[in-house]
Design a protein around this ligand. Structure first.
Ligand SMILES: Cc1ncc(COP(=O)(O)O)c(C=O)c1O
Length: 431
């Protein structure tokens, strides 16, 4: 077994078991009860990961949950209970954060391309702080604040020149769509500070996602703090909030490494200790690292056949629910963390291709992996599937119903997102 698969199985308490369990419940029974395909979320693992992150980073860092990783109300609520704040990137995510009980004044709204209407609507909902990505966006926020007769909090997202070496998905560097180029930041901060309708909150950096290199993450965090100190000194203004970004990687495909949380935590603690001052707040924002480990995507083998030199499995789920596992958005195609969910200890002897029901070659989790023999009716599980799952997938393609999402908490399983139905395809349409 791949080391990342081994780690995930151990976390589910199945290191020596033959059948995968989620939150202590065997997946065969869960599949019988809720049907397949199915997302399963382990509440205990979600809480454990949140606690590990808070513990590693220390009490002087506020961790925000980036809702884009898993826009589940149950997950968002659970992470709020664990003490995390919220970072949103759309009005829909803002609604979700509020429904999960977040105080709108403490929510951050990030992302390029926020429209004037969205900015106005977010202010009307009481949003506390925009992470602005351009001078033009700052103008739009100011106009909306004047119109609403209130002050809007603004932090500026800095385009890190380091482009997050170490991140698989880069969101910075020369010509990036994200953030404001360093040279343009000081005049923008000065302009914000002069506007009575704006409250300058600080700086934000987010250079990339799936970062497995703690040293690279720390380098860009240090850059931001140094830059903030320079701006404060040169401009004579205060930048009370510094959002150091995040993007900690979580193994999703075979041969993926493990992110060194202890090293990142020690580095952040040292940085914060060296630059702490009265009224200064340090933030970090994470999605995948928090939610990926607790999730499993479970699908049933519908058909099995021999095709050339391998066995071809067609599942009842695939790309349309779990696009990440099919390699969408990745540079290199590698198999996700796949297991035969009721034969974990049986020797993997069969060269197997695993695909879904969609009429596209993209609907393939693996072209050629070794699995124990699989029969029609067996269950295949994708591990580390709790982030960028359903919401990241083209679930409109071929109009299959969306899967149910089930949360297992203290030995009890409940549906937290209802399964779709074939007739959903007609919703909102007229002839
Ligand atoms: C600004 C911002 N913050 C946070 C995240 C969350 O990233 P991850 O899920 O990798 O932690 C993203 C991801 O795209 C992002 O763009």
């Amino acid at each position: 077994l791949d080391p990342a698969v081994r780690r995930r199985l151990a976390a589910f308490g199945c290191a020596d078991a033959d059948e995968l369990r989620v939150g202590g419940l065997p997946v065969r029974a869960l599949a019988e009860r809720f049907g397949t395909p199915l997302y399963l979320f382990d509440h205990g693992l979600l809480q454990a990961r949140a606690a590990a992150v808070i513990d590693a980073l220390g009490p002087d860092v506020r961790v925000l949950y980036s809702l884009k990783a898993n826009p589940s109300l149950a997950v968002t609520r659970s992470l709020r209970h664990a003490g995390l704040g919220a970072e949103v990137a759309s009005l829909g995510e803002l609604e979700l954060a509020l429904a999960a009980g977040h105080d709108p004044a403490a929510v951050r709204f990030a992302g390029p391309g926020k429209t004037d209407a969205e900015i106005g609507a977010a202010l009307a909902r009481g949003l506390g702080c925009f992470h602005a990505e351009s001078a033009s966006e700052v103008e739009a926020i100011a106009a909306a604040a004047r119109g609403a007769g209130r002050r809007a909090g603004v932090a500026v997202r800095v385009n890190s020149p380091r482009a997050a070496a170490g991140s698989r998905l880069r969101m910075a560097g020369v010509g990036a769509r994200f953030g404001v180029d360093g040279a343009q930041v000081p005049p923008l901060l000065a302009a914000i500070a002069q506007r009575p309708e704006l409250q300058l909150r600080g700086l934000h950096v987010y250079a990339g996602s799936q970062c497995f290199d703690a040293a690279a993450f720390l380098a860009q965090a240090r850059d931001l703090v140094r830059f903030a100190d320079e701006c404060e000194r040169d401009l004579g203004l205060a930048l009370p909030e510094l959002d150091l970004g995040g993007g900690f990687g979580e193994a999703t495909f075979v041969l993926d490494p493990e992110f060194d949380l202890a090293a990142a935590g020690a580095g952040v603690r040292a940085l914060v200790a060296a630059h702490a001052r009265q009224g200064r707040v340090f933030l970090l924002e994470l999605g995948r690292y928090l939610t990926a480990p607790m999730g499993v995507y479970l699908a049933r083998v519908v058909r099995s056949k021999t095709a050339g030199d391998r066995v071809q499995l067609a599942l009842d789920g695939g790309l349309h629910h779990c696009a990440l596992a099919a390699g969408i958005g990745g540079m290199l195609r590698r198999p996700p963390l796949l297991v035969h969910a009721t034969a974990l200890r049986r020797p993997a002897t069969v060269v197997t291709a695993v695909g879904g029901p969609l009429c596209t070659p993209l609907d393939q989790f693996a072209d050629s992996v070794l699995l124990p023999p699989c029969r029609e009716g067996d269950l295949i599980a994708v591990l580390a599937a709790g982030a960028y799952g359903l919401s990241y997938s083209p679930h409109g393609f071929l109009s299959h119903p969306t899967p149910a999402e089930v949360l297992v908490h203290e030995g009890a399983a409940r549906i937290v997102r209802a399964r779709g139905a074939p007739a959903d395809v007609l919703r909102g349409q007229s002839p």
